[in-house]
Design a protein around this ligand. Structure first.
Ligand code: N01
Length: 569
């Protein structure tokens, strides 16, 4: 829980110096700033966008909506905030979530410490001074004792790896960089490349306006109906009345939402009972993604059990899509369900029954190039006026490795992670002292309600910073041994599941040349939290807390120079 104890004044020691630089002003960066301020730190946040909101600032494509329920997908750190904010629907739209982020920024006066339209380009660790020097694309140079990366696991967007985009005569839009004024597709011939979560939300709406829509699919995805709906009168009040209890359950859960955990194997029940369970996940108006993940104990670990769920969804697709060839093309068959992110859909499969929509199977006829007139596959040219790239992200590591981060001895993070990310608890990296990551690789974040994970990381990191301050520590750094053990543990947990068997952004296999390393800690939100708490309780076991006079002295000297009461960021 956030601390509201009196600030221990410690502040700028020189122009352009702060206690903490935070990279990113999405949900992670905003709470990090708020929390650090509460404990008396001076903070400078840098944000590429023109305002707060992170992913919800950028991803403005038609139909963009969260796939966790709004009553769960919100901050829990301030009971007044959660009581005063009114959501309107089961799943919040992008504009609604952005308004919420803006409300939080106003409420806690966050923007005064955030430099917008500014991208962190590089940072260098100075071991003698125990400080980071942070450089931005706007020419800023800021010295900080700590750096916290809150740049998001899904923020570094990627284009399709085919030539010719620059030659395209029409307009192209990436779902993660959608124009703020929106796009009018009325009467246009539109091509969409990609069929992940973003495309599955956008395609049904684009199809309603476009003259022709051509969907270029490389890998089909599993999707279940969202059953989105406005809240019934009184529903929200009922949830708010038991919010504290719900939040506590979410914190110790597997996926960051309170869900009943399964007790039965899919293979121990008869086909009718299996169908009943899957029907519930498909039909229930209050269903959610989680219902499939927790349908049975073994859907994530046993291929035969998983096949029962996969076949159920395939049968549903065949029941919706009228053209049997199109239906088969939309049926995923070569990876286990849930090992790529399950999608929530509103009329996605139904859209392929429209006369103005065609599906191109890139497995049969791969994409060759983008031409001035459209898209060329191995068998023909498709002419389009507009292209929508729903081609995803260099997930989990991309935002970090695109910054030139140089740790102890000048080591570059990008080089250290060339064969895959290496971290301790996903929160810290050996060789990169006083640097923390929120919602990074080797944490459960992307397979959880991300706000629950963000709050846990932010609270753990700010507690760690307070701890080192209170104990005269100048440097905190993960040991190589602790990091090796965490990497091995992350791999071991993943290898007991079906996840690493499919090509997904969890594994880095969606980015050409990226190392294949399963990047999500699958131990679950609750057990991961317990592990982090245990580490902190054991005086940050697995970290070196450098209390040497050199490290601590550098800090004391700066603090003394600042004098009490200096503030601002
Ligand atoms: O990206 P994706 P996304 N040629 O990587 C295809 C979250 N999210 O933006 O699968 C042809 O899932 C690629 O094909 P393949 C959520 O966690 C949440 O949709 O690599 N095709 C794939 O079909 C999600 O998982 C929400 O074979 C190419 C698609 O592009 C994550 O963000 C909404 C290609 C990319 O799909 C990412 O979702 C949206 C190429 N060269 C997103 N390159 C909600 O909360 C890529 N593709 C609801």
């Amino acid at each position: 829980m956030p601390q509201s104890r009196a600030a221990s004044p410690r502040a700028r020691t020189e122009p352009g110096a702060v206690d903490v630089v935070v990279v990113g002003a999405g949900f992670a960066g905003m709470y990090m700033l708020h929390r650090l301020r509460q404990q008396g730190c001076t903070v400078q946040v840098f944000e590429t966008a023109g305002d707060v909101g992170g992913t919800w600032y950028w991803n403005r494509y038609p139909g963009a909506r969260c796939d966790f329920p709004s009553m769960d997908y919100s901050y829990s750190f301030d009971p007044d905030l959660e009581q005063e904010w009114e959501w309107t629907e089961k799943y919040p739209t992008q504009p609604e979530i952005l308004r919420y982020a803006q409300h939080v920024a106003d409420r806690f006066d966050l923007r005064r410490d955030i430099r917008f339209r500014t991208t962190v380009a590089a940072m260098v660790w100075d071991d003698d001074r125990a400080r980071w020097t942070v450089h931005t694309d706007q020419g800023d140079e800021v010295s900080a004792r700590f750096v916290v990366h809150a740049s998001g696991p899904l923020s570094k967007w990627k284009k399709p790896e085919v030539p010719g985009l620059e030659s395209f005569r029409g307009a192209w839009y990436h779902t993660a960089r959608w124009p703020h004024e929106g796009v009018d597709f009325t009467g246009r011939r539109v091509g969409v490349i990609g069929t992940g979560s973003s495309a599955i939300q956008a395609i049904p709406l684009i199809a309603q306006h476009a003259a022709d829509l051509t969907v270029f699919q490389r890998t089909p995805n599993f999707a279940i109906p969202a059953h989105n709906h406005p809240f019934a009168p009184g529903y929200q009040d009922g949830v708010k009345a038991r919010y504290r209890e719900m939040r506590e359950q979410a914190r110790v859960s597997m996926f960051g939402v309170a869900l009943p955990m399964p007790e039965r194997s899919a293979l121990d029940v008869d086909p009718e009972e299996r169908r009943r369970v899957y029907d519930h996940a498909w039909n229930d108006p209050d269903n959610g993604l989680g219902d499939m993940y927790v349908a049975f104990t073994d859907v994530l670990v046993d291929k035969t059990a998983n096949d029962t769920a996969a076949e159920y969804v395939r049968q549903r697709i065949r029941g919706i899509v009228e053209d049997p060839d199109v239906a088969e093309t939309l049926c995923p068959k070569d990876y286990p369900i849930l090992t790529k992110r399950l999608c929530l859909a509103t009329d996605y499969y139904e859209t392929f029954n429209r006369d103005n929509v065609q599906l191109v199977d890139l497995r049969k006829t791969p994409l060759v190039e983008i031409t001035p007139a459209g898209v060329r596959t191995t068998d023909r040219q498709y002419e389009v006026d507009d292209l929508v790239l729903a081609t995803g992200f260099d997930a989990l590591t991309g935002a970090l490795t695109s910054i030139d981060i140089r740790g102890r001895g000048g080591q570059r993070l990008k080089d250290k992670w060339a064969a895959g990310p290496r971290s301790y608890l996903g929160l810290a990296v050996h060789g990169f002292p006083n640097m923390f990551v929120v919602a990074g690789p080797q944490t459960p974040t992307v397979l959880s309600n991300i706000i629950v994970s963000i709050e846990q990381h932010v609270e753990w990191i700010s507690d760690a910073i307070r701890h080192v301050d209170e104990h005269g520590v100048g440097r905190i750094e993960a040991t190589a041994e602790a990091e090796d053990a965490w990497v091995a543990h992350t791999r071991e947990v993943a290898s007991a599941t079906l996840f690493p068997t499919s090509h997904s952004w969890y594994l880095g296999s969606n980015v050409e040349g990226k190392a294949r390393e399963f990047m999500v800690y699958l131990g679950g939100v609750g057990p991961y939290r317990a592990k982090c708490e245990e580490v902190a309780a054991k005086d940050y076991e697995g970290f070196v807390l450098d209390r040497s006079p050199a490290a601590a002295g550098a800090e004391r000297q700066h603090a003394a120079a600042a004098g009490p009461g200096a503030g601002g960021g």
